[in-house]
Each structure stands twice: as C-alpha cells, then as structure tokens.
Design a protein around this ligand. Structure first.
Ligand code: GLY
Length: 370
C-alpha cells in the first residue's frame, strides 16, 4: 500500500513516502541520511503524548537515538519566542551542520522546525514527519517554512526543502473529525485546481477517505502530494504557477482575519468555503458553468464540511470590510488582488484581472444568505 512521490528539484530533490505504519519504519528510512545515529526532534505536546514513543521505537530499531522538544500545540507557537526556544534547544543539543532535525507534527511544527533548520548553523537538513492530513497533503511538501509576525501570518520565513517526508497515514486515525475534514478541504482543492477525475473520485469515495479506509486515504494523500510536487517542480519559489495552490485562499485569508484566526474557522475550513466562493466568482464572470459552483458546494455538504459563510459561527463583517481584508493578503502585487479562478472543475488559473465589484457582489450575496 506504500507509495513514493519524488519531488525533482535538482540537488534539493527528495522523496515523499506515503502509507500506513511508517513511524515503525522511520529508523530504516532516515538512517541513509545520517552521518551519526542521532536526531533532534521538534514536536508539540499533543503529538508527543500520542505518537512520540512510536517514533522513538521506530528510530531505535535502526539504532538511532533521539532527543525531543515538545512545544505547546497551536498556531500561537509559530512565533518568535517559541522559535527562539527551538533554535536555542537545537544548539544546546549540539546539533551539527551534518545532522538532521525532525519536524514531527502538523503544519505549525513543520513550518517552525523547517525554519529553525533553515537558519541553524546557516542551514541543516530536516525530515518532515507530518501527523495531520493538512500537513501531509500540503505544508510538509514544497519547502515553505516560517513563523507568523504580529503583522500577519507566515511573514517571516525561508524556502528550505526537506530531505525526506514520511507521511504515515495510520497516524491520521487519532485526528478529530473536524481537524480531518479541515485537511480534506486542501485535498478537494487539488481536484478543483487541476484534476477533474480526482474530484470525481472524491465525490464517489470522499466518505471512504473520511471514514478511515486506508487504501482510500493513501490514494487521496498520494494524488494530492503528486499534484503539489508537479507544481513545485515547475515553480519552486512561487513566481507563477505555484500560486495555483492558493485556490480559495484569498477568500480564506480574509475570513481567517475576520474571525481572528480563532477556533471559529480552521484554515482548511476557510479553504473549502473559499474554493466554493472562487467557483461562484468564476461562474459570475462567465468563466465556468453555473453548475460548477453548485457541484463544489454539493460535495462539501455531502462530506459534512463547512460550505457557506452561514456555517461560520458568530458575526462576520460586511462585504466591503472583507474585501479590504483581502487587500492585506501578502500575495497582493502592486496593490492588485490576485485570484485563482477556474474555467471549470480542474481548470484553475491565476489572474489579477478581477473587478472589485464582482468580488463585492459575490460576498454580499453570500452574506445575505448567512
Ligand atoms: N501551501 C501553498 C504552497 O505551498 O505554496
């Protein structure tokens, strides 16, 4: 059932291994990267309680010793104080230039540990062992690392590709349904942006993926990672095509800001709602058929996911305020909002040519039914 996706980036190339029980095999899979049998692991307290023993045993089975620092779980950890603590701990652990750091957790830990590895001694290698669906299909692949600034999310960071990614799909069974479905928002995004057949398969098999069918999970993660790898290979540092991965994200970032980056809206939930809005906007601009946004929303609904603005608990600001929040997005270039729109399911493209009034009217109508 194991799959390998190769990310071809010249001397920065690496494999993403996907499948069940990879923690048990972590030692044999990581050993070829090591100059000495010792690794430093950055993780969070929740992941440590659930899975650190399994990782320790997996590494020990290949004679690899590990030390670990568990940071508090949650987005607030992606900040200077925790980053400083992580880097100072790695130095105290005497991690050397040729050693390997392991990022063991969800997107927060992957981003922070990757950034710590990027700057430690001017750059050491790191291995991603993502434990959430979102991290397995998105943040652990592609080398974006960093932390948040008071001015916004992910504003401090570096591109630093991992040397290996181990996506153990067994670990996903410990996720809450809400967190799993939030990650599934990113899976749906891949179908919508570039693979209509994959979206159709998700329409048929999405409940198997969410219900725990391992073969379906491996297939969903593998196809998502393959699509991300293809895009990152074409455009590693997001000069063009990589922005396709941000389908739904311009709306999502405004909604996340409007809800204070709180538990009211998880990132993947915002991506799912954002994808539905991006298809609505595309349809109103005459780019795709009117059936496409309905089909997107029908699948999200069938999965029990947040689909509309009405599904976000609490008050939201008005359409004008949401458009203004979009303008804070770090992907704005020369003051122009960039959107990922679609000519149909699986046919997304990047454009700055979107009339503000069209965005406003989509949001006004979405808020009116909220
Ligand atoms: N998560 C979007 C990217 O990696 O480019």
């Amino acid at each position: 059932m194991h799959q390998t996706v190769h990310v071809e980036l010249g001397e920065r190339s690496y494999d993403v291994e996907i499948g069940p029980d990879l923690l048990a095999q972590s030692g044999t899979r990581i050993a070829p990267l090591l100059h000495r049998p010792k690794v430093a692991v950055l993780t969070d307290e929740n992941v440590a309680a659930l899975h650190l023993d399994a990782l320790r045993d997996g590494l020990a089975s290949a004679g690899i010793e590990m030390s670990a620092l568990a940071l508090p779980a949650g987005e607030a950890t992606k900040s200077w104080p925790h980053f400083e603590r992580a880097v100072e701990w790695l130095l105290a652990e005497k991690v050397e230039r040729r050693d390997v750091v392991i990022a063991f957790g969800g997107g927060v830990i992957g981003d922070l540990a990757g950034f710590a590895a990027a700057v430690l001694r001017r750059g050491v290698r790191f291995v991603q062992i993502p434990t959430s669906l979102l991290a397995q299909v998105d943040s652990s692949v592609g080398g974006k690392t960093g932390i948040n600034a008071p001015q916004g999310k992910n504003l401090i960071g570096a591109f630093h590709q991992p040397s290996l990614v181990l996506a153990d799909t067994s670990v996903l069974s410990t996720m809450t349904d809400r967190d799993f479905l939030s990650g599934y928002g990113e899976v749906v995004k891949y179908g919508l942006l570039g693979d209509a057949d994959f979206f159709e398969w998700l329409e048929e098999s999405g409940t198997k993926v969410s219900g725990g069918d391992m073969a379906a999970r491996v297939r969903a993660v593998t196809r998502s990672v393959q699509m991300k790898a293809d895009i990152v290979e074409r455009d590693e540092t997001e000069q063009g095509d990589r922005a396709l991965l941000n389908l739904g994200h311009t709306f999502c970032h405004a909604l996340e800001a409007a809800t204070g980056y709180s538990d009211r809206l998880l990132h993947g939930e915002g991506v799912a709602i954002g994808c539905a809005l991006a298809f609505e906007l595309s349809s109103r601009l005459g780019l795709c058929s009117q059936e496409d946004p309905s089909r997107v929303r029908a699948h999200l609904r069938a999965m029990g996911m947040k689909t509309d603005l009405a599904d976000i608990p609490g008050e939201l600001p008005g359409a004008e305020a949401l458009v203004n929040l979009m303008a804070q997005d770090k992907k704005v270039i020369d003051g122009q909002l960039r959107f990922i729109l679609a000519r149909g399911i699986g046919q997304a493209f990047v454009t700055s040519d979107v009339p503000r009034d069209a965005v406003l009217s989509v949001l006004q109508d979405a808020l009116a039914t909220a």
